[in-house]
Design a protein around this ligand. Structure first.
Ligand SMILES: C[S@@+](CC[C@H](N)C(=O)[O-])C[C@H]1O[C@@H](n2cnc3c(N)ncnc32)[C@H](O)[C@@H]1O
Length: 207
């Protein structure tokens, strides 16, 4: 793992125990969006960047879920949540930029608020394409940089603040990154302004 990735991982590890508290003011809105995300999920599922496991309560029953995060303390928090929910889920410490799963391992890959912080997002997204089976689904709840004339540049100016505290960028162009990683037919639904998006893709591997 490169130095930059280690730095971002350290920031998430540092806040893992207070992450839910820090995020609490936002969770009312995010909870609704998590429900939308979970409507798209089926079969053998991989959740990337599970964090403290905030999505776990929203998974429909009967799925086989594996979840990864590159921060061991985050995985520990997710483990506590899974135990409290009595949920059987495979948790693994792993970097999305270099996953240890064989090609075509999953029917659905899920992310929420992850690609704001993956150090090399295009590499991470290429890895998701690889481990998701052909015609499988990739579903993402992500915040991105606004294209609005004042808001976009303001997000660029403010970006160092969350980057320093959390390791998260608020000015990522995730749609562009998806295209660079080879995704096509990208369905995007705006959930809040043009910033929070539900992104749904079928994994067309041959293209
Ligand atoms: C903002 S948190 C979101 C957590 C969770 N998905 C949620 O919705 O609350 C981002 C998470 O992505 C993880 N992450 C960032 N880069 C990663 C990478 N390269 N590989 C795996 N996990 C990563 C961080 O450790 C952190 O737990």
């Amino acid at each position: 793992m490169d130095i930059h990735s280690k730095k971002i991982r350290k920031r998430y590890s540092r806040i893992s125990r207070i992450y839910d508290f820090l995020e609490k003011p936002m969770e009312y809105s995010v909870a609704k969006w998590r429900q939308e995300l979970m409507k798209e999920v089926s079969g053998k599922v991989l959740e990337v960047g599970v964090g403290t496991g905030k999505n776990l309560a929203y998974y429909p029953e009967g799925l086989e879920v594996t979840a990864i995060d590159f921060s061991p303390p985050m995985i520990a928090e997710a483990g506590k949540k899974a135990a409290a929910l009595n949920q059987k889920i495979q948790l693994r410490v792993m970097d999305v930029q270099n996953m240890q799963f064989p090609d075509n391992s999953f029917d659905t890959v899920v992310t929420s608020c992850v690609f704001c912080s993956v150090p090399d997002p295009v590499q991470g997204l290429k890895e998701i394409r690889r481990v998701c089976r052909p015609y499988g689904k990739v579903v993402m709840l992500e915040h991105v940089r606004s294209h609005k004339p004042v808001l976009g540049p303001l997000m660029d100016i403010l970006n160092p603040v969350p980057l320093c505290i959390y390791g998260a960028n608020i000015n990522r162009n995730t749609i562009q990154n998806l295209k660079l990683a080879g995704f096509r037919n990208i369905e995007v639904r705006n959930l809040w302004l043009d910033i929070v998006k539900l992104i749904v893709m079928t994994n067309l591997k041959h293209k």
